[in-house]
Design a protein around this ligand. Structure first.
Ligand SMILES: Cc1cc2nc3c(=O)[nH]c(=O)nc-3n(C[C@H](O)[C@H](O)[C@H](O)COP(=O)(O)OP(=O)(O)OC[C@H]3O[C@@H](n4cnc5c(N)ncnc54)[C@H](O)[C@@H]3O)c2cc1C
Length: 361
């Protein structure tokens, strides 16, 4: 389809424009069609509608064209054409951002310039996993679920994961510096991007995908572009860090008396999952046999042993031994296996709640 120019009739272009605007939009649609093919330049209002409404349904915008490029070169061609036609551009990926950033402004807030939604979902290539460097290159439109499955097929895992994984993309997660259910352990997307490629408004390609840790020459594009929400450039590809695939994780329900006590939980989890000595040191006072004389059932004692081995502990001072034990025991049902087989530092506190609640991170 590349290079084929199809006529875009004014009938397929939104009715709210005057003749001049319609001409500009028609010209732009033809230029985009020449660049990426007619199948990927969408102008009918009913087809655009899905791209103009965000995941929550609360934000509805107005656009003239949806362009769906499939490569960095095509993104460059699309942005060049948009600049030549003075068009406004919205980068959109999974459209799950929740705050309206992925859809254009509402019709009443628009000026006369054309509005183009650039959908990034076709840039979904995945490179081979480099198990030595623990890195992989992913197209911006790759969903978090595919990124994760790809890493796991190579015996590794992804450091960022959240409930929108089947739709949210690598590019969207970078653009929003997303966190997720593993954020306390591995950090946000900013910590995972070791290389990035993007296209600026004039069509220039910037960045590098080398993934070299000691990349100190020039601007550090990953730092600049992560969290920029499409304001600086359209991200097309990223070199991403991977993490060990844990053989087991534990979901723990930790009883705390207030938010302030929550700060101590991640630290005790990390310390407890290390050496035998640190495991002993991290054994929570409330989970010791002396302070929990009512620990009568074998199941409860067994959970206590495992939880202190894994560093998951009801460590909040102030929580009564009895109360903590009760919560601890309720969490024992979700233990997948012996915590002794855990890789050091592998405690995942929130796998269940992460799946159930949007902002677990
Ligand atoms: C059920 C659910 C759970 C969630 N859980 C969490 C969570 O635990 N932690 C958390 O931090 N967030 C969470 N989020 C929000 C999260 O930020 C988004 O889901 C995700 O990061 C957005 O990815 P997306 O591909 O859908 O991007 P979109 O929503 O399409 O876009 C988001 C923003 O990024 C820009 N953008 C998208 N792609 C690109 C690109 N390639 N280049 C430049 N800019 C681009 C858009 O213009 C927009 O401003 C959740 C959302 C949902 C719906």
């Amino acid at each position: 389809m590349r290079g084929t120019v199809v006529a875009v009739t004014s009938a397929s272009i939104s009715g709210q424009h005057d003749d001049r605007s319609r001409d500009v939009i028609g010209d732009l649609a033809s230029a985009l069609t020449a660049a990426i093919g007619a199948d990927h330049v969408l102008t009918p209002a009913d087809v655009r509608a899905g791209f103009e409404t965000d995941w929550t349904g609360r934000y509805r915008g107005s656009s003239d064209i949806v362009a769906r490029p499939a490569s960095t070169a095509e993104v460059s061609a699309v942005l060049t054409a948009c600049m030549e036609h003075d068009a406004q551009v919205i980068a959109q990926a999974g459209n799950t951002g929740l705050v309206g950033g992925s859809v254009p402004r509402a019709a009443r807030d628009r000026d006369e310039r054309p509005v183009v939604i650039v959908s990034m979902r076709r840039l979904d290539h995945l490179g081979a996993v480099d198990t030595a460097a623990m890195q992989v290159t992913a197209g911006a439109g790759t969903t978090l679920a595919r990124w994760r499955d790809h890493a796991r097929s190579a015996g590794l895992d992804t450091p960022v994961d959240f409930a929108a994984r089947d739709v949210a993309t690598v590019g969207g997660a970078i653009a929003t510096n997303a966190g997720g259910s593993r954020v306390l352990r591995f950090g946000t997307m900013r910590q995972q991007v070791v290389g990035i490629e993007a296209v600026t408004a004039d069509g220039s390609v910037i960045g590098s995908l080398s993934g070299l840790p000691k990349e100190t020459a020039g601007l550090h594009w990953p730092s600049l572009l992560t969290g920029s929400e499409g304001t600086l450039a359209v991200i097309t590809s990223a070199r991403l860090r991977l993490v060990p695939l844990f053989r087991a994780t534990i979901t723990a329900l930790v009883a705390l008396e207030g938010f302030g006590q929550g700060a101590s939980v991640p630290g005790s989890g990390r310390a407890g999952a290390g050496t035998a000595a640190s495991r002993r040191a991290a054994t929570p006072p409330v989970a010791s046999a002396q302070e929990a004389p009512s620990a009568s059932s074998r199941r409860e004692r067994s959970w206590m042993r495992r939880s202190s081995d894994a560093g998951v502990s009801a460590s909040a001072k102030g929580v009564s031994a009895k109360k903590a034990l009760r919560y601890s025991a309720s969490a024992s049902c979700s233990l997948p296996g012996s915590a002794k087989s855990l890789v050091p530092g592998s405690v995942s506190r929130s796998t269940r709640s992460g799946a159930a609640r949007p902002f677990s991170g």
